[in-house]
Ligand binder design. Structure first.
Ligand SMILES: Cc1ncc(COP(=O)(O)O)c(C=O)c1O
Length: 387
C-alpha cells in the first residue's frame, strides 16, 4: 500500500482519534442527547449511565475509584482547577508551591498567576538530562509547603520524572502532590495509590480520544483535600467544575482510556523499537546529530534531536511530507528558543537546531524509514547549501 502523506509524527501535540473511539463518540452523539443532570426522565438516566461507565473507565486507567474523577475540558483546565482550587482553600501559614522548570504552560501559567497573588513558588532544578533529583525536593520542603506539582513525562523532550519517589517524599511530609500526566497516560503505569499522588491531570486527545475533554483525579482521603471552586454555576462534578457535561466526549474519553490500558504494555514496546529504529537510521545517515534529554527513562515514542549547523526553522519547511515540530504545539508561533531545551544547558543555536518527533499508535515501520530518509536528505542538502 502506498504511504499516506504527509506522515503524522507529532503525537505530543495531539493524537488522531482511534476508530473505535470515534465509533463510540458518533453513536453517543446520535443516540444520547439527554442531559445527565436531568433526573426526571429516561433521556437523562441513560446519559447519566453512560457518564458513569466512562467515569469508571477513566478511574481504571489510574487505579482509582470512579467517584474521584472530575471531568474537565482537558488537562489545562484540570491543572488550573487543581492549583488554583488548592490555593484558594489554603491556610495563611501554607502558601508555598514547589514545582519544576519542566512544566507545561498550563501548570506554569496558574503558578505565575499565584505568585502575583502573593504565593511563593519554588522551582526545582533538573540535571542536564532533563530529570529531577528527588533529594532536591526533600531539601526544600517545609511546613509552609502547600503542594508539589511535577509533570510525569515532559511534552518536548519526553523525559519521565521519578514520580513514585516524589510521592513518597510528599507522603512522608504530609504535603499534597499534583501530577500532570497528560503525556504519560497510555505509556506509564499511573496507579495513583502506588505512586503516592493526590491529584492527577489527564487529557483525552493525547490518548486517541477527542479534543476538549479531560479529567482531574482527586484522592478521596480523610480528612478530605481542601479545595475551593474556581468557577461557579451548577453543582456538577462536586461543584468543582460546574457546567453541563460533554456526554459524547466523556464517553469517548472512557473508551480511549479502556483501549490505552488494554494496549499499553505492547504499545510501549512497539513504540520504543520504532523510535530506536528511527534514531539508529538517522545516526547512520548523518554526523552531528544529538539526542536532547536522557535516552531513558523517556516516553517510548519521543525523540527530540538536534542537528549541528542546521536551523529547525529552515529544516521543517523542507519537510512538508512529514508533520514534525520544533517544540511544543502551544509555543508554535513563538520563535524564541524553548526554555526547556535551554534548561538542559543547550545554547540558543543548539536549541534552534532541535526538532521533536512523536511516534504514535498508528505509526508504521515504513513511515519511520521514510522519515529517516527524508530528514537525513534534507539535513545533508541544507548543510551542502550552507557549508
Ligand atoms: C504535559 C501537558 N499538560 C497539559 C496539556 C494540556 O492539555 P489540553 O490540551 O487537554 O488542555 C498538554 C498538551 O499539550 C501537555 O502536553
Amino acid at each position: 500500500m502506498a504511504l499516506k502523506k504527509p506522515v503524522y509524527l507529532d503525537h505530543h501535540a495531539t493524537t488522531p482519534m482511534d476508530p473505535q473511539v470515534l465509533d463510540v463518540l458518533e453513536r453517543t452523539q446520535r443516540q444520547f442527547f439527554g442531559n445527565p443532570a436531568s433526573g426526571s426522565h429516561s433521556f437523562g438516566w441513560s446519559a447519566e449511565a453512560l457518564v458513569k461507565k466512562a467515569r469508571l473507565q477513566v478511574a481504571q486507567l489510574v487505579g482509582a475509584g470512579e467517584k474521584e474523577i472530575i471531568f474537565t475540558s482537558g488537562a489545562t483546565e484540570a491543572n488550573n482547577i487543581a492549583l488554583l482550587g488548592i490555593a484558594a482553600a489554603s491556610p495563611q501559614s501554607q502558601r508555598t508551591f514547589i514545582s519544576t522548570h519542566l512544566e507545561h504552560s498550563s501548570v506554569e501559567g496558574p503558578l505565575k498567576h499565584l505568585e502575583k497573588q502573593g504565593f511563593k513558588v519554588t522551582r526545582l532544578d533538573h540535571d542536564k538530562s532533563g530529570i529531577i533529583n528527588p533529594e532536591k525536593l526533600s531539601a526544600v520542603l517545609n511546613d509552609e509547603t502547600l503542594l508539589v506539582s511535577v509533570i510525569a513525562a515532559q511534552n518536548e523532550i519526553g523525559t519521565v520524572q521519578p514520580v513514585k519517589e516524589i510521592g513518597q517524599i510528599c507522603g512522608a511530609q504530609g504535603v499534597l502532590f499534583h501530577c500532570d500526566a497528560a503525556q504519560a497516560a497510555g505509556h506509564l503505569d499511573l496507579d495513583v495509590r502506588a505512586l503516592g499522588v493526590d491529584l492527577l491531570s489527564l487529557s483525552a486527545h493525547k490518548i486517541y480520544g477527542p479534543k476538549g475533554v479531560g479529567a482531574l483525579w482527586v484522592n478521596r482521603k480523610h480528612p478530605p483535600i481542601n479545595m475551593a471552586p474556581t468557577s461557579f454555576g451548577g453543582g456538577q462534578e462536586g461543584g468543582l467544575r460546574p457546567g453541563t457535561l460533554n456526554v459524547p466526549g466523556i464517553v469517548a474519553f472512557g473508551e480511549a482510556c479502556r483501549l490505552a490500558l488494554l494496549q499499553r504494555d505492547k504499545e510501549v514496546q512497539r513504540l520504543r523499537s520504532l523510535k530506536n529504529r528511527l534514531l539508529e537510521q538517522l545516526k547512520e545517515k548523518l554526523d552531528g546529530i544529538h539526542l536532547n534529554g536522557a535516552a531513558e527513562p523517556r516516553l517510548p515514542g519521543n525523540l527530540n534531536v538536534r542537528f549541528e549547523d542546521i536551523r529547525a526553522g529552515q529544516l521543517l519547511p523542507r519537510l512538508t511530507v512529514l508533520a514534525l515540530s520544533a517544540g511544543s504545539a502551544c509555543r508554535s508561533g513563538d520563535t524564541s528558543p524553548s526554555p526547556v531545551l535551554l534548561s538542559l544547558g543547550l545554547d540558543t543555536l543548539q536549541a534552534a537546531s532541535s526538532i521533536r518527533i512523536g511516534l504514535g499508535r498508528f505509526t508504521t515501520e515504513e513511515e519511520v524509514d521514510f522519515a529517516a530518509d527524508r530528514i537525513s536528505a534534507a539535513v545533508l542538502k541544507l548543510r551542502a547549501e550552507n557549508p
